[in-house]
Ligand binder design. Structure first.
Ligand SMILES: Nc1ncnc2c1ncn2[C@@H]1O[C@H](COP(=O)(O)OP(=O)(O)O)[C@@H](O)[C@H]1O
Ligand SMILES: [Mg+2]
Length: 376
């Protein structure tokens, strides 16, 4: 492109070109072809609009002349539009850029971005500027936000439905099946006690084999019930449950684990404690599955009613570009955090590895071990 500010002593074709005079520029043609709407407002009324501006609202240029800002801008946004108008025309603010909403001739709402400045019009202060129709962009943003919200609601629904089902199953297994098995065990004992007669040696042998089998079944049921929803959360509280889960993780994966506690048991409701525990479980599962870590450290801290949990590994770190599309572990952790009014941060550690940080604000609800108190 030619440089209009070429130095006087420049040589070549640019040097011979005369300097462009402002009045030589065919502004009117440019403005008429502009893809942005262009307007001039004096005394709150449109004195001029280009065809793009007029068409944006379903009118002809001629129809626009003389109409007022009040006729165009939606009532809810008129206050701001008039304030911005006055600030520039009467109060010396040079230019303002803002978003507003107008009514199209056919009734639909047109979202616009306006950038206008104070100008001199026939010796009076007026306003001139450009307008861009951003309706499509706003709709797309709203659609995106709506689907994000739906996705969050769905994740939240799935989490709570899953949690409810797990709790229910855990209770049935523990109370009903566990209770029945205990009765069976007692009955086998009773049978055994009646087999001192040598003639019943065979039955005694059967009961001796049966008893450890029943005990194993009782233990398995308790274990499954605990995996579904750790009863420890209700009895010993969140910190002890985290410790026990972490230690079990270390044993299973044969990696050293570290646990630090600051501030003791947090004051959290049962639901909140359960969600925190689920976040820990997912973070640990991810470490076991993806991190190739050599050590894992969990730090929990309760301070001023807030609870913080950090799950730190020294593994290979999250490779964001290769993250599977549709993986819901992260989404689910974030949603669990959100559902209890907290936040989840996942970031890379300086020396390699990943930190999952859950921060939960103070809660006045029941503590996670209050249920134990209720039962007493
Ligand atoms: N601690 C971690 N270390 C390394 N990569 C991780 C870690 N946690 C998560 N990732 C990566 O993030 C991805 C998404 O995790 P997630 O949403 O839980 O899905 P999933 O575990 O089902 O793959 C994983 O596939 C993995 O690539
Ligand atoms: Mg996962």
């Amino acid at each position: 492109m030619a440089n209009p500010a070429a130095p006087a002593d420049a040589t070549g074709p640019q040097a011979e070109r005369p300097e462009i005079e402002f009045h030589d520029i065919p502004f009117q043609g440019i403005i008429e072809q502009s893809l942005a709407g262009v307007y001039l407002v004096f005394d709150e009324r449109f004195q001029y609009v280009n065809s793009t501006f007029a068409e944006m609202f379903g009118y002809t240029q001629k129809e626009f002349v003389g109409t007022s800002i009040v006729d165009l801008v939606l009532p809810d946004f008129l206050g701001e539009a008039m304030k911005n108008y006055r600030l520039r025309v009467y109060e010396g603010v040079a230019s303002i850029r803002y978003f507003t909403r107008c009514r199209h001739r056919d009734g639909h709402v047109v979202h616009i971005e306006v950038h206008g400045s104070r100008v001199d019009y026939r010796g009076h202060p007026a306003l001139a500027g450009v307008v861009i129709d951003v309706t499509e962009r706003v709709r797309r943003d709203q659609d995106l936000q709506r689907s994000r919200r739906r996705l969050r609601e769905l994740a939240s629904y799935l989490n709570s439905a899953r949690e409810e089902l797990r709790s229910q199953l855990a209770r049935e297994l523990h109370d009903v099946l566990g209770g029945m098995l205990s009765s069976i065990k007692l009955d086998v004992f009773r049978i055994q006690r009646r087999t001192s007669d040598p003639a019943l040696a065979e039955i005694r042998e059967i009961t001796e084999e049966l008893l450890p089998l029943v005990q194993d079944t009782i233990d398995t049921v308790r274990q499954i019930s605990d995996e579904l929803r750790p009863g420890m959360l209700d009895t010993l509280g969140l910190v002890a449950t985290i410790r026990s889960e972490l230690e079990a993780f270390g044993r299973r994966n044969e990696i050293p684990v570290g646990f630090t506690v600051e501030g003791g048991e947090p004051d959290l409701s049962v639901e909140t404690a359960t969600q925190c525990f689920r976040v820990l479980q997912e973070a640990l599962t991810n470490i076991g599955r993806h991190a190739e870590a050599e050590t894992v450290e969990v730090r929990v801290r309760s301070r001023d009613g807030c609870f913080e949990m950090q799950v730190r590994d020294d593994g290979k770190g999250i490779d964001r570009p290769s993250m599977r599309e549709g993986s819901i572990g992260m989404l689910s952790m974030a949603e669990r955090a959100r559902s209890i009014g907290g936040s989840l941060y996942v970031h890379a550690r300086a020396g390699g590895g990943t930190v999952v940080l859950l921060a939960v604000p103070g809660h006045s609800g029941r503590r996670s071990n209050d249920r134990a108190a209720d039962r007493r």
